[in-house]
Design a protein around this ligand. Structure first.
Ligand code: ADP
Ligand code: MG
Length: 471
């Protein structure tokens, strides 16, 4: 059995690891750290919650012990897909770097530039950034990337997909060719791997399990539901109520609009919950996530902005209110539970119409997922005869809306922005706030700093795509 002291890490790092209470390295740590310490490029693939962060943070800390930062010229750069994840990695630097005097600058959107400018000016050893905000800083001319020795892309497949890739290519061009590049992810579709290889030079490939394997500690189940929104919400409430061991849960929806609708519905049914999605202002996002972490808010309704990387140890359950359209997202969503060897449960609500997405997930993770009470086959025939397939999208939505207004009052659209208000906000004060107006006034690309418009099916489906096909 490998121990941390066999990996070549410095004494300062080893002592921080001991204080963190880790007895031995995880397989990805044991595999990746020695390569990273020789300054070799690494492409590391391992399941969610198995310690990929320390796989790059610990060797970085060791390597950074030599040399020091110069004003406006950071020595290392870590890119993350969301602001929350970037902030979490910054916390990891504090934890593992407690014996070091390193300047860490967190460059994320939705907050003011002033403090970030000061940190850069002082000379940052480590920059942890979302791509949009990083480019904002370089364009303002106060940040030079020519001193970057180590370039880390976490959640690498997400960062190289179509929403982010133009920004990543621009950033990579600003960094010297001689840098060391480290990629980490739990999923790596073959077509993205090819793209990734363009950024890596002779990388050590460390694959702990086949890419896209789900964490072994997560018990997965499918739950059949009828397709209408109010029926899906009923299914969700009943599955939540059946869980005796539910401590707290993240409930994922495919669309920001569904996040807001589901939040209101759950609150009306007196579930204590909050919401997290990319259109909320950063203050609300931070507050809600903190309340969830602290256990003040047991249920978090979220878009995929919360799917990647978030490490909240106590999440006992993940519910997919919608089956994710991209199979990789399934692996990441359910990976918010069952972390660091703990147990977790993941339930995915699926209607007859979702069968092709369920198939894609099962193919990706290379296993079948059990149904709680059998598949939704009995409803399938019914629904298929009700709605001709090509019009299903549009037709289904319209129908859903009207039936919903019968069962539950529909909130006025301007209330959408209050989606962030938790049922039990601390001190009785609403944590929710105004929409991120200052973000919106800025260029479109900057708005996407951690939530790029998905290409294909996203929240922003152009109107013409919703028009039923004429046949
Ligand atoms: P990943 O990026 O692979 O999803 P993280 O880096 O977020 O996983 O780590 C998941 C959890 O595992 C964190 O809470 C971290 O503190 C813990 N952890 C990391 N390395 C070890 C280790 N060697 N032993 C025990 N716990 C660890
Ligand atoms: Mg991670």
């Amino acid at each position: 059995m490998t121990s941390f002291s066999d990996l070549g890490l410095s004494p300062k790092v080893l002592s921080a690891v001991t204080e963190a209470g880790y007895s031995e390295p995880t397989p990805i740590q044991a595999g990746a750290i020695p390569h990273a310490l020789t300054r070799r490029d690494v492409c590391g693939i391992a399941q969610t919650g198995t310690g990929k962060t320390a796989s790059f943070v610990l060797p970085m800390l060791t390597l950074l012990e030599r040399g020091r930062a110069r004003a406006r010229m950071p020595r290392t750069l870590i890119l993350e897909p969301t602001r929350e994840l970037a902030a979490q990695v910054a916390e990891n630097f504090e934890k593992y770097g407690k014996n070091h005097k390193l300047n860490v600058a967190l460059l994320i959107g939705g907050v003011s530039f002033d403090e970030q400018d000061r940190k850069i000016e002082r000379g940052a050893d480590v920059l942890i950034a979302t791509p949009g905000r990083l480019l904002d800083h370089t364009e303002r001319g106060k940040l030079l990337m020519t001193g970057v020795e180590i370039f880390v892309i976490d959640e690498a497949d997400r960062m190289l997909d179509m929403g982010f890739i133009p920004d990543i290519e621009r950033i990579a061009k600003l960094i010297p060719f001689t840098r060391q590049t480290l990629f980490f992810s739990a999923t790596m579709p073959p077509e993205i791997q090819k793209l990734a290889d363009r950024f890596l030079q002779n990388p050590a490939r460390v694959e702990v399990a086949p890419p896209s394997s789900t964490a072994a500690t997560v018990e997965q189940k499918l739950v059949a539901s009828k397709a209408k929104d109010y029926e899906k919400r009923e299914t969700l409430r009943s599955i939540i109520d059946q869980q005796d061991d539910l401590k707290n849960a993240i409930i994922f929806c495919n669309r920001k609009k569904s996040v807001a609708d589901l939040l209101r519905s759950l609150q009306r049914h007196e579930y204590a919950c909050g919401a997290l999605h990319g259109d909320m202002d950063q203050h609300s996002r931070t507050t809600i996530l903190q309340n969830f972490r602290d256990g003040k808010l047991p249920l978090l309704v979220a878009s995929d902005v919360a799917a990647r990387g978030l490490d909240i140890p106590d999440v006992s359950h993940v519910f997919n209110y919608d089956v994710p359209i991209h199979a990789e997202d399934y692996v990441h969503r359910i990976g918010r539970t069952g972390r660091a060897g703990r147990k977790g449960k993941a339930f995915t609500i699926a209607t007859a119409k979702d069968s092709k997405f369920v198939d894609a997930i099962e193919k990706l993770i290379d296993r079948k997922i059990d149904w709680v009470d059998g598949p939704p086959s009995s409803h399938a025939a019914e629904e298929a005869s009700e709605k001709p397939a090509p019009r299903a999208r549009r037709g289904a939505r319209k129908q859903d809306t009207s039936s919903e207004s019968k069962s539950e009052p529909k909130a006025a659209p301007q209330q959408d922005n209050r989606a962030a208000k938790p049922a039990n906000a601390p001190n009785g004060k609403a944590a929710g706030g105004k929409p991120a107006n200052d973000d919106r006034k800025r260029s479109r690309r900057r708005d996407r700093d951690d939530d790029p418009t998905p290409v294909g099916f996203g929240d922003d489906i152009p109107a013409f795509m919703l028009i039923g096909a004429k046949s």
